[in-house]
Design a protein around this ligand. Structure first.
Ligand code: CO
Length: 514
């Protein structure tokens, strides 16, 4: 018996060594990618593509190493498998899921998809600049076809009911299009109601104050002050983070090296403020995963939706609250050399929370944002179900924008071609943005039971209590549970839109006086 237990322990230990190497390798690849976006000189691009392609190839070899398959088989078939603890069993489950998915996709399909991704994104950029969907359409069709093929294979591996569900599962494990359709259906009517109340309210914000010119050097100091506020260390000798500048803000890294980027617009200073808070929220999650789970599958985030819940919690629930600005507005004024000195707290907080139906997702406010996502989800779902085709996308898109948001799309660059996701083949990704908002509302309701005074702590300049709560209730679970189980464990309830809508209604009725 002891001998066979040792055999199981040895196989598990070896599996974790293999996983550790992969995670270290992936963290190195992420820094190469970060460098490409931030520091790389222009002439390095060809060399960089070769570096990335080689790393992709080596990474694929590591993930699909037959030794991993043999170890998994040995562990799962072992009579003492049940003697492994919960974390160990989850590690085995996650390692098996990744191995199965990566080995079942034919190499020819993986290589062709990577190649087509580069081509489609390039065509998308050009077609978007030329406002010419016809130019983008053939490459989008190829990309869709490749992802459809992958989805059909993954459907069998993952045991989902439809190919599209298999793609959703990549970003939000266990979630299905049927469940999202139900949740988003309720979300849509709730959001539309709040939007209508805000838009028709007599009290409207003066957003011209957000156009005041704030020099980039001042904005950089604001970013550092915001990072300090949320406890994202970018300055000390012990720092595990840094802030750099890219066209589109993002977060990348692992535990002790988690970096964020932002973009400074001199005539839109608030843009970077909320990017830093958003990406900072992502970074806190990655930095506060349990230390003892580093280098294990369980030491990763739960899902894209949960990751987004953390960024939006910091950006919107905290960062766009009256309490945060009652503390931070004087500091912002001090850091910006008098340009903002006459702003009032009420005026500023209303301006950064203006609700207005618009055409562009990334510029959308907290209330209308979900409607942009619902449109994209419905289109993807219908595309994979064969109910709409790629050539019909602009028409379907424009009709939905008219119906859901009441806006007229003038050309496809501000319509169906505005996002890069579909060009890159990331079908199934969009729902996680709105799920993040929904989880965030549920987390807020749960946090308010534990920390009823959280708003006064923020107003007093302390984020520590809120951060501690997020670490203790979300970050500490890493990837131990699927999202449906995690939200239930933390809040006592399955996924529900009610807390998010209640949060919005309370906040916006106070702002707009409806
Ligand atoms: Co995000």
């Amino acid at each position: 018996m002891a001998g066979s237990m040792n055999e199981l322990a040895a196989a598990y230990k070896r599996l974790m060594e293999k996983v550790k190497e992969m995670l270290i390798f992936q963290s190195a690849a992420s820094i190469i990618y970060w460098d490409m976006q931030t520091k790389m000189p222009p002439r390095a691009i060809t060399l960089r593509s070769q570096q990335l392609a080689l790393m992709e190839k080596i990474g694929h070899k590591m993930v699909t190493d037959p030794e991993i398959g043999a170890l998994l088989e040995k562990i799962l078939d072992h009579p003492d498998f049940d003697s492994l603890d919960e974390v160990q069993r989850r590690n085995v489950h996650l390692a098996k899921k990744e191995y199965d998915e990566r080995t079942k996709l034919p190499e020819e399909l993986v290589v062709e998809t990577a190649r087509q991704r580069a081509v489609s994104i390039d065509t998308w950029k050009k077609a978007k600049a030329a406002r010419d969907y016809a130019r983008f359409r053939p490459d989008l069709e190829k990309m869709f076809e490749l992802r459809r093929r992958a989805a059909e294979i993954l459907m069998d591996v993952k045991g989902t009911a439809t190919p599209y569900d298999a793609l959703i599962d990549i970003f939000e494990p266990g979630m299905t299009a049927d469940a999202i359709s139900r949740i988003f259906g309720e979300l849509r009517s709730g959001l539309v109601e709040i939007v209508e109340k805000c838009v028709s309210a007599p009290r409207q914000p003066d957003v011209s104050i957000l156009r005041r010119r704030v020099p980039v050097e001042d904005q950089r100091r604001v970013s550092e002050a915001l990072a300090a506020f949320i406890g994202y260390d970018v300055k000390s000798k012990e720092a595990g983070g840094r802030i750099d500048e890219t066209e589109h803000p993002f977060t990348t890294g692992y535990y002790d090296d988690v970096r964020i980027t932002t973009h400074y617009h001199e005539d839109r200073f608030a843009s970077s403020i909320f990017s830093v808070l958003h990406e900072g929220g992502h970074a806190l999650y990655d930095q506060n995963l349990p230390r003892e789970w580093m280098y294990q599958p369980v030491g990763t985030a739960c899902s894209y939706g949960f990751h987004e819940s953390q960024s939006r919690f910091v950006e919107n629930i905290v960062g766009r609250s009256r309490e945060f600005w009652s503390h931070f507005l004087p500091e912002l004024k001090g850091l910006t050399g008098g340009v903002l000195s006459d702003l009032t707290l009420d005026g500023f907080v209303h301006a950064i929370n203006k609700v207005e139906p618009s055409k562009i997702r990334i510029e959308a406010d907290e209330v209308t944002y979900g409607l942009h996502i619902i449109i994209r989800f419905e289109i993807e779902r219908d595309l994979f179900a064969g109910k709409v085709t790629v050539p019909e996308l602009p028409q379907v898109w424009n009709e939905k924008y008219r119906e859901y948001l009441g806006v007229e799309v003038e050309h496809d660059s501000e319509g169906v071609m505005q996002d890069t996701h579909w060009a890159g083949g990331s079908f199934g990704y969009f729902p996680s943005y709105a799920l993040g908002n929904i989880y965030g509302g549920q987390l807020l309701a749960a946090m308010e039971r534990d920390l009823p005074g959280w708003r006064s702590r923020i107003a007093a300049g302390s984020f520590a209590e809120v951060k501690r709560w997020l670490v203790d209730h979300v970050h500490r679970y890493g990837n131990l549970y699927d999202p449906a189980d995690l939200i239930k464990r933390v809040t006592g309830e399955g996924i529900t839109i009610e807390p998010f809508l209640r949060y919005l209604d309370e906040k916006y009725s106070a702002l707009y006086g409806y």
